[in-house]
Design a protein around this ligand. Structure first.
Ligand code: SF4
Ligand code: SF4
Length: 92
């Protein structure tokens, strides 16, 4: 079991220092998680530390491919509201 970092990561470096397993590394085009090292923080913390500190929604996925910080979870903006705002901006 391991988490993964996907497109959308802004390479902010917040997650790497808090990983207890030294599983996160800088890469191109974005940071990555070494699946062989990631323990999902089991035995060290109650929650995955990388996802707890990551400021960007949807870029850290669990083993099933679901985001630990889903849309709206950090901004507080419901996904429908965000989609409507983006549509309005693009229509200008
Ligand atoms: S879940 Fe924990 S062990 Fe896995 S990459 Fe994130 S911080 Fe490291
Ligand atoms: S904290 Fe999130 S945005 Fe920052 S480097 Fe890690 S995965 Fe990327």
């Amino acid at each position: 079991m391991a988490l993964s970092i996907v497109e959308g990561c802004v390479n902010c470096w917040a997650c790497a220092p808090v990983c207890p397993s030294d599983a996160i590394f800088e890469a191109t085009p974005h940071f990555m998680i070494d699946a062989k090292k990631c323990t999902e923080c089991e035995g060290d913390y109650a929650n995955p530390q990388c996802a707890s500190i990551c400021p960007i929604e949807t870029v850290i996925l669990d083993a099933a491919g679901d985001p630990l910080n889903p849309p709206g979870s950090l901004t507080g903006i419901p996904p429908e509201t965000m989609a409507a705002a983006m549509a309005e901006i693009q229509a200008r």
